[in-house]
Design a protein around this ligand. Structure first.
Ligand SMILES: [Zn+2]
Length: 172
């Protein structure tokens, strides 16, 4: 099972500097062999999403959760992808991530591409090799084909600027 120690030190440091709340969950069999979602302290209704995910950002709780038993065992990718979602919160870049309406399919595809592009850019900034991730990412871009690519490109850059700005303010 993954722990935060499986992430690169610079990723852990970034998360701490940004003040991102982190938790984890796992989907595994209990003593009777029944699979269930175990998320301490959080009542989560999105088990379908969680089962397919390596991580998730819950805007409602403003928390990033990672799957301790992921399909893609690259924790850096998962954490940084979710951190980009985190920047979209109404108190940050306000990408309508929390809203009173359900996002359109195009909007949710766009948000996913923003997070994935932002993750790759953040890896570059942090000196994390993206080679082991690229296959996974291209599959991701393929799945979220309805995304507005130009908008995603712009918004992922804004997310990086936001993160670097918080880092710089912290260092000052
Ligand atoms: Zn995502």
């Amino acid at each position: 099972m993954l722990t935060l120690n499986d992430a690169s030190p610079q990723v852990v440091e970034l998360i701490q500097n940004l003040g991102v709340k982190i938790g984890n969950y796992f989907i595994g069999p209990d003593s009777e062999g029944v699979f269930h979602v175990n998320i301490p302290s959080y009542a989560v209704r999105f088990s379908d999403t969680l089962q397919r995910s390596n991580g998730v950002y819950f805007a409602l709780f403003d928390i990033v959760l990672y799957n301790r038993m992921p399909q893609c065992p690259i924790l850096d990718r998962t954490l940084l992808h979710e951190v980009i979602h985190w920047t979209g919160h109404t108190r940050r870049l306000n990408r309508n991530y929390i809203s009173n309406r359900v996002l359109t399919i195009e909007e949710s595809h766009t948000e996913e591409v923003i997070a994935e592009l932002g993750m790759l850019k953040l890896c570059d900034r942090l000196g994390i090799d993206t080679a082991p991730i690229l296959g996974w990412s291209s599959e991701y871009f393929h799945i979220y084909y309805l995304a507005d690519r130009e908008h995603s490109e712009r918004e992922s850059n804004r997310a990086i600027d936001y993160i670097l700005g918080v880092q710089a303010a912290k260092a000052a």
